[in-house]
Every structure is written in structure tokens, then in C-alpha cells.
Design a protein around this ligand. Structure first.
Ligand code: AR6
Length: 176
């Protein structure tokens, strides 16, 4: 698996799937979630509402992941995951690692070969960028997956730097 660390806007990524740092309601919000819903248009929200009506009536639990189509986005799928919210006392890093692991597992289930992640929980949910980067690295190190490209698309230079440090000695991480 090749790993890329780039600065950018994940809504523009033409990979097979992008991961959304959602909340349990799956019905949208701010940050990257808001940007994804805005760029995807109403089809994405309708699919999320359908999930709530059918398989996820109580919402998506923290640390789990689920896939939908991508509406008008250039990718094919959106994989929604819910990071732990530090401000709500969710301070267990295993939950954060689980977001990355569960997203990869869902990606495998739907045949995704290229996958882009944002820095889950590094915004509204209050985790430090280096903690998120370490959790992401741990998840990828422990993963067996058919995904052959994982690209972390990081919104600002501080978060990119934290990921570069966490992946500095990773043989899989290559400059793009
Ligand atoms: N592309 C890539 N990264 C982005 C983008 C973008 N377009 N926009 C923001 N980020 P956050 P969380 C970065 O707050 O902490 C929402 O309201 C951002 O700079 O989006 O998991 C949800 O509905 C930060 O580094 O997600 C939830 O209620 C990272 O994405 C809650 O926020 C994550 O920040 C989830 O909070």
C-alpha cells in the first residue's frame, strides 16, 4: 500500500473513495463534513437519510464507518466515519484508530483501490494533529487491505507537518 501526505481540499480528490469526518447523525455539519455535503449536493444527504431510516436508526457509533455514493463529487464513494469528540470526554485513542481501520475495512468491502482521508477529529472534535497522525499510522501499520493508495489530504500546513512526522520512517509513505 502506497501512502501519500498532501495539503488540499478532500472534496476535489478523484480517488475511488473519500472519508468523511461525520457525526453520529450522518445528517451533515460543519468542517470537512459540511464541505463534502455542499460539494456532493442533495443526493448525498438523501442517501444518509435513507441509512438513518433503515440500517442505522440510532445513527453511526463512534469509531465505525459506512459507505454511500458521492453525489456530484469527483470520487465514486463517500465513507462516513465518526471520530471521538474530546470535548465530550471521548479521549480513548483506540476509538480514533478504529475510525481509520473501520474505513479501510468498508473500502475493501466495496472494492475501493484508492482512498483519501482527512485528519479525523482534528477540528471541531478537538484532538491534536499529532495524536490523529499517530492513530492513523498505527491503523495503517496494522492493516491488511486491498486498497493500494491511501492519501491523507490535510487542510493546513501544521496538520501536514504532524502527519509527515508520524510517517517519517514509513517505507510506504512516498512524496507525490
Ligand atoms: N478537506 C480536507 N480537510 C478539511 C476540509 C476539506 N475540505 N475542511 C476541513 N478540513 P472537522 P472533526 C479539516 O472539524 O474534528 C463537523 O461538524 C479540518 O481542518 O471537519 O472530526 C461534523 O459534522 C480538520 O483538520 O472534523 C462533526 O459534528 C479536519 O478536517 C464534527 O465536525 C477535521 O475537522 C467532526 O469534527
Amino acid at each position: 500500500m502506497r501512502i501519500e501526505l498532501v495539503r488540499g481540499d478532500i472534496t476535489r480528490e478523484g480517488v475511488d473513495a473519500i472519508v468523511n469526518a461525520a457525526n453520529s447523525s450522518l445528517l451533515g455539519g460543519g468542517g470537512v463534513d459540511g464541505a463534502i455535503h455542499q460539494a456532493a449536493g442533495p443526493k448525498l444527504l438523501a442517501e444518509c437519510q435513507e441509512l438513518r431510516r433503515t440500517t442505522l436508526p440510532h445513527g453511526l457509533p463512534v469509531g465505525q464507518a459506512v459507505a454511500t455514493g458521492a453525489g456530484e463529487l469527483p470520487c465514486r464513494w463517500v465513507i462516513h466515519t465518526v471520530g471521538p469528540n474530546r470535548h465530550a470526554g471521548q479521549t480513548n485513542p483506540d476509538l480514533l484508530r478504529s475510525c481509520f481501520t473501520a474505513s479501510l475495512r468498508v473500502a475493501d468491502q466495496i472494492g475501493v483501490k484508492s482512498l483519501a482521508f482527512p485528519a479525523i477529529s482534528a477540528g471541531v472534535y478537538g484532538w491534536a494533529a499529532d495524536q490523529v497522525a499517530v492513530a492513523a499510522r498505527a491503523a495503517l501499520d496494522g492493516a491488511t487491505s486491498q486498497v493500494n493508495l491511501v492519501r491523507f489530504v490535510l487542510f493546513n500546513v501544521q496538520i501536514l507537518k504532524a502527519f509527515r512526522e508520524a510517517f517519517a520512517d514509513s517505507a510506504a509513505a512516498a512524496p507525490r
